[in-house]
Design a protein around this ligand. Structure first.
Ligand code: KG4
Ligand code: ZN
Length: 333
């Protein structure tokens, strides 16, 4: 039993959370809006924003949980992967706090934390389960045997699916991050109106860079004929792009579930907030007698709740780090 503070600062969200005896009490996220005007995250600006936000965000979750820093048993922080400058702020803060309180540091792998977010609320999956982890930087199908043992069954060989959503949105002239915008527009569109070629990859791997090119050429051709094409068809375009990306994700996920003979299926990461993906998963649950696990919206995109629960699970295993551990922007899985 333990009181854990979780800190997440891998990209453009400064987040902190307190987990008491395995229960995530709160999850505060300071979103950085400054990047919108640049059409993507600017690393140096992200670091400065983290620096500005980290003290008040941490103080606020401790106050909100009614916890004094001296009552903490451990501090979990994102060690990687992510932006180096952003990771440095969170890890330096976590280290100095852990050193001054003389409590263990628990370094966390950001992508594994997305998976372990399923242990925040009930119902929780039972091991082993399959998790499709879909974010702005990763797309992986995992066999999850325990909080520490996750086997990659397949993954993208180029772009992540979140990146594909964001790049497609950019081609449609939508602001960054485009994934949520495509999701919103797709709700009013026809998913079968336009067809984009799905890339073929062997086994359980993915490739998402080809679809971006196919959307680009398609739009160029249509815009030559009608310069208002995107504006007039924005909902159908969003729905068709989303449909293509989700069908690629689902085909391999189904294959993985069959190959591993596992019916406990989870999704995690920013793109698991996508309503089309959530619906597709629920449909397969009915068709294939799967038990599916879809995170609450606040735990899909980057958040410290998932870092705090991971910290709790690893604290039990005494998987502690050292003050000399440096952040790992390309932290191996
Ligand atoms: O996990 P995450 O918050 O950050 C990373 O670790 O990368 O994922 C961010 C990604 C972005 O590409 C964003 O566009 C995408 O998740 N995303 C969505 C939705 N919400 C976030 N993509 C599609 N539909 C959504 N509703
Ligand atoms: Zn993430």
């Amino acid at each position: 039993m333990a009181v854990i503070l979780g800190i997440e600062s891998s990209c453009d969200e400064t987040s902190a959370s307190v987990c008491i005896n395995g229960k995530v009490i709160n999850n505060e996220i300071a979103n950085q809006t400054i990047h919108e005007q640049y059409g993507g995250v600017v690393p140096e600006l992200a670091s400065r924003e983290h620096q500005r936000n980290i003290v008040p965000v941490v103080q606020h979750v401790l106050d909100n949980a009614g916890i004094n820093a001296s009552e903490l048993d451990g501090i979990a922080y994102t060690r990687g992967p992510g932006l180096l400058g952003a990771l440095l702020i969170g890890s330096s803060f976590a280290k100095s706090m852990a050193a001054s309180l003389d409590i263990p540091l628990i370094p966390i792998h950001h992508m594994k934390a997305h998976v372990l977010a399923h242990f925040i609320d009930d119902p929780k999956p039972k091991y082993p389960f399959i998790c499709l982890t879909v974010s702005g930087g990763h797309t992986q199908i995992l066999r999850v045997n325990s909080p520490t043992e996750m086997i990659i069954l397949g993954q993208t060989k180029d772009d992540a699916v979140g990146e594909a959503f964001d790049k497609a949105a950019k081609l449609l002239g939508l602001p960054y991050p485009g994934g949520p915008m495509i999701d919103k527009l797709a709700k009013e569109g026809d998913p079968l109106k336009f067809e984009f070629a799905e890339s073929e990859m062997p086994e359980l791997d993915y490739s998402f860079s080809g679809i971006k090119t196919s959307i680009l050429y398609f739009l160029r051709k249509e815009m030559k004929l009608n310069e208002n094409f995107i504006r007039e068809n924005i909902n159908d375009l969003a729905a068709s792009i989303q449909h293509t990306l989700i069908s690629m994700l689902m085909n391999k996920l189904i294959k993985a579930a069959e190959m591993e003979d596992i019916k406990q299926i989870a999704i995690a990461g920013g793109v698991s907030a996508n309503s089309g993906l959530r619906n597709a998963l629920n449909n397969e649950a009915t068709n294939r007698s799967w038990e599916v696990f879809i995170p609450d919206f606040q735990y899909c995109t980057d958040n410290a709740g998932m870092i705090a629960i991971s910290g709790h699970l690893l604290y039990e295993k005494q998987a502690f780090g050292k003050l000399s551990d440096s952040p790992l922007p390309r932290m191996p899985f």
